[in-house]
Design a protein around this ligand. Structure first.
Ligand code: BES
Ligand code: MN
Ligand code: ZN
Length: 500
């Protein structure tokens, strides 16, 4: 879907449908909705009088215009109660509008900037949310179907129409930002939705290379097994041992400032399939483990958007990518390996592999001079026990960076919740035979994962995002898409933008 912006009277647009809105309780619409109502000879007011149009959140009313205005259809989108309305509601509404209008005969959609007329909401934020929500809501993963599952066609163009020419430049810049953030999220979704036979570590590295090749301000390096061995990445390599697929350690650099080291490193777990290894998982739902590389997809896609938006910060992304397979050469419970920083690890459960690959990814980020670290991982099933799919857990050694992350998440419409990192939990990763062990026995599974990772970040401010409970969703819901949700992609982008 192409996002366009224009200035003028939306009632004069000749798009296939024009989108206006209505708050709950309003009987005489104003603004653009009022202008369209007048052009339609009071049709919208009449529907309100009849009780057919109530402005409730999620209510969509499609009106046929019978030649009274150039556009053949008007969609009145219910905004709900004005007191509950915010930028998140706009993003979700825009996504739902696009889903609703995905039907034969609708190729060009014109919309007003929802929320722009209301005090307190920033015009740019509203315009961005309209564009972002539309791109996010238009996402579907159809590439492995030989024919479309339904009659629904894609909307070719969404045109955001601003009445006031003085505000056009702001709307245009904001729409572009929303477009870039939405597209990067869809890039990550495409990777996370891909079955593991279509996205091995090698193919994931190739996708990263293609993104970088199309983006002038990015550069890429992919470490092969021998190079990882030379760097002492024994923790990462222990996970790769059971697989016939060669592991890849992907690094992408963005230099917006051209300084020393990096203002931010984002490190993403890239398990292209997690069988559990020798500590093998039960068969039920194991297919979901094709998405265990969502962290890697997230950091790679975030770099695409960061580069496109060009903030004056230096950012590096690192994605340790491998399968976790059982096999004749696979790591066995009780094995001891050593990570890049010399820490020895007793592997008690080969299914706790995410922390093993992230350990070396984080060590490398520290070696590269990262001044802030954020890792993203589908790390623990316990995240679902704690949070369901409402919010994701963050764990940190630095309140300042965690605060910035929380703000970036809130700006993205994502809820986060901090889990404690009390030093008493350090005991949970103590091993009898090595420096630490990779799995605990006393509960607090999500915190244990973070306590393990903390051993590889040194004193660098660091935040860990465990997105295992939100990476895949079972239904479309506002900006969230069924399958790979796209959670945390925009949060990382917004965090990087905020460091400028
Ligand atoms: N990839 C899984 C976590 C996961 C589970 C993600 C369900 C998404 C949905 C991870 O590698 C894993 O297996 N974690 C184990 C850790 C345990 C063995 C300490 C878990 O959570 O059971
Ligand atoms: Mn696992
Ligand atoms: Zn895993």
């Amino acid at each position: 879907m192409r996002i366009a912006t224009s200035t003028g009277d939306i009632a004069q647009s000749d798009a296939d449908v024009i989108v206006v809105n209505l708050f709950e309780g309003v009987t005489v619409p104003g603004g653009a909705t009022g202008a369209v109502d007048a052009a339609l000879g009071g049709a919208i007011r009449r529907l309100i009088e009849l009780g057919d149009l109530r402005g409730k959140a999620g209510e969509f009313t499609l009106i046929h215009t019978h030649g009274q205005i150039p556009a053949p259809r008007v969609l009145v989108a219910g905004l709900g109660k004005q007191a509950d309305f915010d930028v998140d509601a706009i993003r979700n509404l825009s996504a739902n509008v696009v889903r609703y209008l995905r039907r034969p005969g609708i190729g060009r959609v014109a919309t007003i900037v929802h929320g722009a007329g209301i005090g307190g909401l920033d015009l740019g934020a509203c315009a961005q949310a309209v564009a972002e929500g539309a791109i996010l809501g238009s996402y579907r993963f159809l590439k492995h179907r030989s024919s479309s599952p339904d009659e629904r066609t894609e909307i070719a163009t969404l045109e955001i129409v601003e009445h006031d020419a003085g505000r056009a430049a702001a709307v245009e810049a904001a729409a572009r930002r929303g477009d870039v953030l939405g597209m990067a999220t869809n890039t990550a979704r495409d990777m996370a939705n891909e079955p593991s036979n279509h996205l091995t570590p090698t193919m994931l590295a190739e996708r990263a290379q293609m993104i970088v090749a199309a983006t002038p301000s990015l550069s890429i390096q992919v470490l092969e097994r021998a190079e990882m061995e030379a760097k002492g990445m024994g923790s990462m390599l222990s996970v790769a041992k059971g697989s016939a697929q060669p592991p890849k350690m992907i690094r992408i650099d963005y230099r917006g400032k051209g300084g020393e080291g990096f203002d931010l490193a984002i490190v993403g777990k890239g398990i292209t399939f997690d069988t559990g290894g020798i500590s093998i998982k039960p068969a039920g739902n194991m297919d979901a483990m094709k998405a265990d590389m969502t962290g890697a997809a997230t950091v790679i896609a975030a770099m695409q958007a960061i580069a496109a938006l060009g903030p004056k910060v230096d950012v590096v992304a690192i994605a340790p990518c491998t399968e976790n397979m059982p096999g004749g050469n696979a790591t066995k419970p009780g094995d001891v390996v050593s990570a890049m920083n010399g820490t020895t690890i007793e592997i008690l459960n080969t299914d706790a592999e995410g922390r093993l690959v992230l350990a070396d990814g984080l060590c490398w980020a520290v070696e590269l001079g990262a001044r802030r670290l954020v890792d993203v991982a589908t790390l623990t099933g316990a995240a679902t026990t704690s949070f369901g799919d409402v919010c994701y857990g963050i764990m940190t050694n630095d309140d300042g960076l965690a605060g910035a992350l929380e703000q970036a998440a809130a700006a993205s419409g994502e809820k986060t919740w901090r889990l404690p990192m009390f030093k008493e939990y350090d005991d949970y990763v103590k091993s009898d035979v090595a420096d630490i062990k990779n799995a605990g026995t006393r509960g607090a599974g999500t915190i244990v994962g973070a306590k393990f990772l903390e051993r590889f970040v040194g004193k660098t401010p660091w935040v860990h995002l465990d997105i295992a409970n939100v990476d895949m969703m079972d239904k479309d819901r506002g900006w969230v898409s069924k399958g790979a949700s796209g959670y945390s992609v925009r949060t990382l982008i917004n965090l990087a933008l905020g460091l400028e």
